[in-house]
Design a protein around this ligand. Structure first.
Ligand code: ZN
Length: 242
């Protein structure tokens, strides 16, 4: 033992001379100052400790009623952790204590949290262009709580983006064989109806142009559109489809 360790031991330990609580024999032992020894040997200790509850953390009696009330009002958003900090015991100690008293823990069922309702899928489908943050807002307004990443995963699974109607200005320009500037000019002049995607900064939001608007545009402004530049398969699809 080093000199410091010896000093430390002397500071926190002392020599006790006591009678054994099991066999009654007198013994002499060094032990921590705040933990006086009770038994002369391990054999006596193991016999003497039978039936003795050893609790490191004890919940004081004055907290029993507040804990009962807390569980009655519902937990799940940090109330138990807060209470544990107040008492100074681990969080699990309180939940075990509550379970032992039959106050229970109110939990949502697995189904409730995981299964997507038709209403939710409908909202995701309708907002397939929007930023997940906005979709989350819409879902919340309808009474559903989902994380943004959960929404993104669900959106991929539903193929919501592929299923949306309309094309971007860039795609339309490629199909019509013109520069995107021409398409944007047509939109700005009000010749072509186009909506900006929600959820982005408005100035930067991409356009989403529906097939029926493209059809109307081609029919109304035919003189200034060069059909020869258009992709003919796409054109037929737009004009006949709708
Ligand atoms: Zn003994």
């Amino acid at each position: 033992m080093t000199a410091t360790a010896t000093a430390k031991r002397e500071a926190f330990y002392r020599i006790y001379i006591k009678d054994c609580e099991y066999c009654g024999k007198q013994f002499k032992r060094s032990a921590p100052i705040d933990v006086p020894p009770k038994y002369c040997c391990w054999a006596c200790r193991s016999k003497g400790m039978v039936g003795v509850k050893r609790e490191k953390y004890v919940i004081p009696e004055e907290y029993h009623e507040p804990i009962r009330k807390m569980y009655a009002n519902g937990v799940g958003t940090g109330q138990v952790a807060k209470m544990a900090k107040r008492i100074g015991v681990p969080r699990t100690k309180i939940s075990y204590f509550a379970r032992a008293n039959g106050w229970g823990q109110k939990r949502r069922s697995r189904d409730y949290q995981w299964r997507w309702s038709e209403k939710e899928d409908d909202i995701i489908q309708r907002c397939s262009d929007a930023h997940p943050k906005l979709v989350q807002k819409r879902l919340r307004a309808a009474g559903f709580e989902r994380t943004q990443s959960a929404i993104e995963i669900r959106r991929t699974k539903l193929r919501a983006v592929q299923n949306r109607s309309g094309v971007s200005a860039n795609d339309l320009a490629a199909c019509m064989g013109v520069d995107v500037k021409n398409i944007l000019a047509a939109i700005n002049k009000g010749k072509l109806q186009a909506k900006r995607l929600p959820g982005y900064d408005y100035e930067r939001a991409p356009y989403m142009i529906k097939n029926k608007d493209i059809k109307t545009y081609i029919q109304d402004w035919l003189p200034e559109i060069n059909i020869a530049y258009c992709d003919k398969y796409w054109l037929v699809d737009v004009l006949t489809g709708g």
